[in-house]
Design a protein around this ligand. Structure first.
Ligand code: NI
Ligand code: MN
Length: 225
C-alpha cells in the first residue's frame, strides 16, 4: 500500500483494488502542490466530517471519477442530492467493501456542512479505520483527544494519521497522548500549518517516537507499507 500526503488532512491511498482519497481539500488549500483535476482514477473518497477543509473538492472529483463517497448518513444524503455515488455509514459501523473493510470511528468535533445558505446538518464527526490487503490505516479526522482512542490499540493499526495543529483539534501534546493510546506502528501528523490558527512546531511531536515510528511527511511525500 502506498500512502501519499496531499496536505492538511488529505491523503491518497493506493493498492491493487483501490485508489482512494481521504478528506480531499486540494484547490482551496493555500499550500497545495496539485490541482484537484490532477486526481484521476479515484475509486473511493472518504469524508470524515462536513467542514469545508475536509469535504474540499469531493463534489468535482467524485463527479468526474464516478468515485464512491464513503461518509456518514447525513453527508451522504447531502451528496446524493448532487448526484454522487455514496456509501452511507456511521460511527461504530464496520463494512466489507471490494478492497477490504472500513470502520467508522468516533471523533470529538462538529460536522456542519457549509453551504451558500449557511450551515446545514452534517451529522456527527468521525474517523476511519481502512483495512486494505491486511494493512490498517487510521485517519482520525478532526478530533480532540478521547479515551475512545484506547479502543484502537487492539486493532493493531499500521499507520495512524493524527491532527496536531491545536485550536480545532488535538495539539501536539494531546496527539502524543493519542499515540500512547493507539500504539500504531507508524504515525503521521496532519492538520497543521495550513492556516494561522493551526500553526505549530511539528518537532514537538517527534517525542511520540517512544510509542511509534514518527514520520513527518512534506506535501506530496509518500510511504509504502
Ligand atoms: Ni473540522
Ligand atoms: Mn479541519
Amino acid at each position: 500500500m502506498k500512502i501519499t500526503y496531499l496536505g492538511h488532512s488529505a491523503f491518497l491511498i493506493e493498492d491493487l483494488n483501490i485508489k482512494a482519497l481521504i478528506d480531499p481539500f486540494i484547490d482551496g488549500n493555500p499550500v497545495s502542490r496539485i490541482k484537484s483535476s490532477d486526481l484521476t482514477g479515484i475509486t473511493h473518497i472518504f469524508i470524515t466530517h462536513g467542514h469545508g477543509d475536509h469535504m474540499g473538492d469531493v463534489e468535482s472529483i467524485a463527479g468526474r471519477n464516478k468515485s464512491v463517497v464513503v461518509c456518514n448518513y447525513e453527508i451522504a444524503g447531502y451528496l446524493s442530492t448532487k448526484n454522487l455515488n455514496t456509501h452511507a455509514m456511521h460511527v461504530g459501523g464496520k463494512v466489507k467493501m471490494n478492497f477490504g473493510t472500513v470502520r467508522m470511528t468516533n471523533a470529538i468535533h462538529g460536522s456542519g456542512i457549509e453551504t451558500e445558505n449557511g450551515f446545514i446538518c452534517g451529522g456527527t464527526a468521525g474517523g476511519f479505520v481502512i483495512e486494505v490487503g491486511g494493512k490498517k490505516v487510521y485517519h482520525a479526522g478532526d478530533t480532540g483527544l478521547t479515551l475512545d482512542m484506547k479502543l484502537l490499540e487492539s486493532e493493531n493499526i499500521d499507520v495512524a494519521l493524527l491532527p496536531i495543529g491545536g485550536n480545532f483539534t488535538m495539539d501536539v501534546e494531546d496527539a502524543v497522548k493519542a499515540v500512547e493510546f493507539i500504539r500504531p506502528k507508524i504515525v503521521i501528523p496532519m492538520h497543521y500549518n495550513t492556516f494561522k490558527p493551526i500553526e505549530t512546531d511539528v518537532n514537538g511531536f517527534r517525542c511520540a517516537d517512544k510509542y511509534s515510528e514518527v514520520k513527518v511527511l512534506n506535501i506530496m511525500d509518500s510511504i509504502e507499507i
